[in-house]
Design a protein around this ligand. Sequence first.
Ligand code: ZN
Ligand code: ZN
Length: 358
Amino acid sequence: MTKPQAQFIRNLLLAEKLDLLLVFGLPNIRYLCGFTGTDGVLLISADVSLFLTDSRYIEQAQEQVSADHICCYNNKLRAVVDELSKRGGRRVGFDATAVSVALYEELAGLATDSLDWCPLTTQLRALRGVKTKNEIVALKSAANLNQQAFNTVLPQIRPGVTELEIAMELEFALKRLGGETNAFDFIVASGIRGALPHGVASEKKLEAGELVTIDFGTRMDGYYSDETVTLAIGEVDRKLRQIFNIVLEAHDSALASIRPGMAICDLDAVARDFISLQGYGEYFGHGLGHGVGLEVHEYPAVSSRSDQKVLEGMVFTVEPGIYIPGIGGVRIEDTVVVTADGFETLTSIPKRFKQLGL
Ligand code: ZN
Ligand code: ZN
């Protein structure tokens, strides 16, 4: 664990009066001990850490994991329970958002000692909220792949090509460039489909006079990219051009307002109030953004409901949109890192209005 990580865990153990912490969520496991496999559990007390995994991963764990002990299990929950009784702790915290009700019941049913289970939700959410320099390097590399892949595919974005073809070309380009996996099912939504904020690519062909919204991302060294561009296929009518300009201004002014210490809900309000003032408030239904890191959607949520503050080192998206049923939509998204006096964008595809030649 790095120093800040160890400090966070120490504070958590103290604040929640925990004897032990069980970590089941893979992103948290990776963050805290370096393991990149898909099965394991991390057990942490004030003075010792133990990583448990199955036989498929034991060799990998010995290379990757920074923990005091690494053990192999046949039966995960039985092994966890055995360790808990061996260590004699009573109050056990666990990352409840990574544990299903069924898993919890099985675990509690196996434990013979009278353990006091403490499900942790909000107490853990800020664990990965502020990124280290190394994390920002990985996030930047992932964002750079977006730009390179986009430039490769851009000449193919023209009338007659289907949304799915564009999504596939982007996927191939990202993989060729070294992207580990898609961040999500890419959104390519053209024409009236642009009114669907999550309109995954379909068989629909692009047509002249439409806007097309492309939302895509990849992963490098475990860290994700997430970015959205909206392009004009030839000349578009005044209404579409107008909503594009409003979304771009909302995006730009939200970015320009970012400062450490400001309330996240105020950042959301910069974009939302501007869009409302232009008369399109009801067409911007989602939050302004979300944290990006080892998960493509993670803490902090950038929304009007947030009670958190913007902190230096946070990485999140700014992605206002307007979606008008029957007409179309626009979303513009960048991923940024908060600096001491503002922000730096990690994503780098230009967001100004771009009209593709036919
Ligand atoms: Zn996105
Ligand atoms: Zn996003």
